[in-house]
Design a protein around this ligand. Structure first.
Ligand code: UDP
Length: 444
């Protein structure tokens, strides 16, 4: 608090309103608040975070007109949603900043605007009003390679110049991204790229040791400095920013399980599964004989609660060995001594949360950057197994056993523990993330 009064700088953070983006942005806000900055969080009305969870911040909601724009919220229409938010929120955001300038305390200054890279309108507003704009990306830094390296160089750079990243198949990703892009996709890409070029800095939720090769290449091309201060959740451990209610009962269930015996199964906040998938997963888990904690969130199976689709005889077979909940306090779950494996959709937050607790992963990506994250996990860091092709109960059972029990999976389990130790090193005072955070605060 004392520090805050001395340093009367305010940072304005602009949220992209989905769980996988809200978490890292609020964690970053907590980290910067700890460094003495006052924090204002500007967010669209849709999926508003609960301000009472973070009373130390000022929250400002701006109209997003999403209802009027009749935008679909399905993952496949995500580019149209990004476009609508950028179009609808720019003017209200500018108005809100002007109002803040009119009302501000005489000794306070707005030191900068930090925005989720998908809310690129914030860079334009920052430029108009003369504030530094800083983008934050809640994805692997490798995703930034597509943005900072000029398009004509993609092929040669991705094919020859970064041998460590060959397993990511970046060239294949570029080819598939450039096949039949929709108008919305091309517009978002061009606008986000343009904003990145004008930003004063970029903040990445990653660690130097995890993405060294990608980061060196990015720094070679990027006009703005890049700060790697991840994993944010370890530097801001105490905050809760879940949009769904977390089920605390799963922690007392975990307390009763033996160390490293539980496979935790969660596909994040956006991915969806078919009815058939649920049946195969249920039998795969049941037949693996391992205890499991499975998140079936509302909407995981479109149009259903999910649990009513569990097959007959499943509950009788698993009894107390299985715990099914709608939403967990995931960071706490992954840090629990009973958890020995994580079947994940490979969202970047889930990936970092698992890496930092040394939990090996069973990987089943669905869309977007999840495929790249899976390739990092399984083929670059070698701390997971890919679950490919059709979801089928026998394959699921085999993969769980291999990951958690069999001698074949031992190397993966050991490697995962090594990365946990390296993560701890990064977070020490002289570690790369702490040093990068100090450099960022100097710049701001
Ligand atoms: N999460 C959670 N409880 C759950 C499932 C997920 O708290 O039951 C959190 C998880 O810790 C992570 C975020 O939701 O921080 C999901 O982000 P991620 O990038 O992994 O995936 P997305 O939801 O964006 O696909």
């Amino acid at each position: 608090m004392e520090q805050q009064e001395e340093n009367s700088s305010r940072l304005v953070l602009v949220l992209y309103p989905f769980q996988g983006h809200i978490n890292p942005m609020l964690q970053l806000a907590t980290i910067l608040h700890g460094k003495g900055y006052s924090i204002t969080i500007v967010h669209p009305e849709f999926n508003s975070p609960n301000p009472s969870n973070q009373p130390q911040f000022t929250f400002i909601s701006i109209p997003d007109k999403l209802l009027e724009s009749k935008v679909s919220l399905l993952p496949e229409d995500f580019m149209s949603l990004v476009l609508a938010l950028n179009k609808n929120c720019a003017a209200p955001f500018k108005k809100c900043l002007k109002q803040m300038l009119d009302e501000k305390h005489p000794h306070e200054c707005i030191a900068g605007i930090i925005y989720d890279a998908l809310m690129y309108f914030a860079q334009t507003v920052a430029d108009d009003l003369g504030f530094p704009g800083i983008s934050m990306r809640p994805t692997a830094a490798a995703m930034l390679l597509f943005a900072v390296i000029p398009h004509p160089d993609h092929e040669s750079v991705f094919e020859n110049q970064i041998p460590e990243l060959q397993p990511l198949q970046l060239k294949k990703m570029v080819t598939s991204m450039s096949q039949n892009p929709t108008d919305a996709m091309s517009e978002v890409r061009a606008a986000a790229l343009n904003a990145t070029k004008r930003s004063s800095a970029m903040i990445e939720n990653t660690m130097e040791f995890l993405e060294h090769a990608a980061l060196s290449k990015i720094k070679e091309y990027s006009p703005a400095p890049v700060f790697t201060i991840g994993p944010f959740h370890k530097l801001a451990p105490s905050i809760s920013s879940s949009l769904l209610k977390e089920d605390a009962h799963c922690i007392s269930w975990l307390d009763k399980q033996t160390p490293k015996s539980v496979i935790y199964v969660s596909f994040g906040s956006m991915a969806s599964l078919s009815e058939q998938n649920i049946v195969e997963i249920a039998w795969g888990l049941a037949n693996s004989e391992q205890p499991f904690l499975w998140v079936i969130r509302p909407g995981l199976i479109p149009g259903s609660e999910g649990t009513e689709l569990l097959p007959k005889g499943f509950q009788e077979k698993v009894g107390e060995r299985g715990c099914i909940v709608k939403w967990t306090p995931q960071k706490e779950v992954l840090a629990h001594v009973a958890v020995g494996g994580f079947w994940t959709h490979c969202g970047w937050n889930s990936t970092l949360e698992s890496v930092s607790e040394g939990v090996p992963m069973l990987c089943r990506p669905y869309f977007g950057d999840q495929v790249l994250n899976m390739r990092y996990i399984c083929y670059v860091w070698k701390i997971g197994l890919e679950l490919e092709n059709e979801l089928e109960r026998g394959k699921i059972e085999g993969a769980i056993k291999k990951l958690m029990l069999d001698a074949e999976g031992e190397e993966i389990r050991n490697k995962a523990m090594e990365l946990k130790e390296k993560t701890e090193d990064c977070l020490k005072e002289e570690g790369s993330s702490c040093r990068s955070l100090n450099e960022l605060t100097k710049l701001v």
